[in-house]
Every structure is written in C-alpha cells, then in structure tokens.
Design a binder for this molecule. Structure first.
Ligand code: ADE
Length: 239
C-alpha cells in the first residue's frame, strides 16, 4: 500500500510513523508513506495557503489551488482513494479501517483552520471524522486512520490478534491477565488457571458480552449472537 499525506505540519508525523509496528511495516515494504507539505505547491510569492471566507465571518479558509496542484503531482492520484479529515465527515470505525486496508493507494488531506474551500470536494472520495469532538487540525485524525489501517494490512501483525480483538465481531474484548497470579491481594480469576479450555472459552465470551452490554449496548444490536450468547445475556441482565 502507498499512503500520501497532504499537510501543512509534516513534523507532526515524524514520531508516530517512525516507531514500533508502523516503522516495521514501512521497513518491510508493507506500506510506503509520503508526507507532503502542500504549502510548497502554492503558486504565489509568499506561499500563502489560506484566505478570508467569501460572505464574511471569522478565521481563514484553506485555498484550493495548493491542494489540487499537490494532488496532481502524485503519481496515479486519480485512481487513489482520496480522503479529507474533517469533523463534519462520516464517523470512522473498524469496518471503515478494514475497507481502507484493502486499498492500494490512499491520499489523506489534513484539513485546518476554519476549513477548506468547499470545491475541494470535487477532488476527494470520502470525508472522515474520527469522532464528535473538534481537533486543532486533521493531522491527529489522519494518524489515527493510518495507524488503524496499517495494522490490518496482511502480515503486519499476527492474524489472531486481529480476529480476537474489540469490534472485530461487534463485541468488546474480554479481559486479559498475566503474571503474577496475585498482586497486592488482587487475584486472577481461577478459571483461567484451570486448564479447562471450554470453561475458559465460556468465561471469555461471557465477559465480552457483559462488557459490551454495559458499555456499548449499541454494538450488541449488530453482533451475531448464538443461543449460548442469548442465555449469557439473560443471565447478565438478571445479575
Ligand atoms: N479535524 C478536526 N477535528 C476532526 C475530527 N474530529 N475528525 C477528523 N478531522 C478533524
């Protein structure tokens, strides 16, 4: 996969894209990432990229020319999936991460200031918000998208961690424990050291359902539940 990021603040990406799993994915050639400062594409003397809004109002609006010139400089930009990060986009989730992870080429434009000249929408495929809150700019949103997409690219992380994790089947993940068995009087649930795999499976399923029921009942409506799950849920409701 290739990812091009269009931003006015390329340094914001340095740390995150050069650490841990993303760093390794880049080194192994699973993903190529280019961070481009679209200011360098401004065709005016002072490399100005914003202006006052038509119709009046507070703040500055990003102009369309530097962004479009930057887009057009990217090889095969027409066939890439072009994304704009904006609080007014569709809310991002794990399904969207999965579908983006299957693309060959993503271009992410990081919005800023009061927004971008609306005509940019003629050049992009998707507007994405990472949640109902306002960030100072689209960079952190772009990073969240990139991080969640890269880890789903085949062979970037092991397959089991992905199939068992939160949201993969619309359930939150069951609780995990590791050594020591007892810490300051807090013990690991006995079933986990019982060696009984069927009981461990049931415990984990029950706990995943319980967490989802109390924290994210909206997810449960989309989850595929079998008879055992429904019995577990009835128990949880009556507890
Ligand atoms: N830019 C500012 N806030 C944002 C958000 N919540 N999601 C995506 N881009 C943003």
């Amino acid at each position: 996969m290739r990812i091009d990021i269009l931003t006015l603040f390329p340094e914001m990406f340095d740390g995150v894209l050069n650490q841990s799993i993303i760093k390794r994915a880049r080194e192994k050639g699973h993903v190529e990432i280019n961070v481009i400062n679209f200011r360098t594409f401004a065709d005016n003397k002072h490399q100005k990229v914003d202006d006052t809004p038509y119709g009046g109002g507070a703040g500055m609006v990003l102009t369309i020319q530097p962004l479009v010139s930057c887009l057009e400089s990217i090889p095969n930009f027409k066939s890439a999936t072009k994304i704009l990060t904006t609080p007014s986009g569709h809310t991002y989730n794990q399904n969207k991460a999965k579908s983006l992870s299957e693309k060959k080429h993503l271009i992410i434009i990081c919005g800023h200031y009061e927004g971008i000249d609306e005509r940019i929408l003629n050049y992009i495929d998707e507007e994405i918000s990472i949640g109902d809150y306002v960030l100072t700019g689209g960079e952190i949103a772009a990073l969240a998208i990139i991080d969640s997409v890269i880890r789903l690219i085949p062979n970037v992380i092991n397959k089991e961690s992905i199939t068992e994790e939160s949201f993969s089947d619309n359930l939150l993940e069951y609780p995990q424990y590791t050594k020591p068995y007892e810490y300051k009087g807090l013990k690991v649930p006995d079933v986990l050291i019982s060696g009984n795999h069927e009981e461990i499976r049931k415990f984990r399923r029950f706990e995943a359902l319980k967490k989802t029921y109390f924290r994210r009942p909206d997810l449960l409506e989309k989850a595929k539940l079998n008879n055992e799950d429904i019995n577990f849920l009835n128990k949880i409701k009556n507890e």
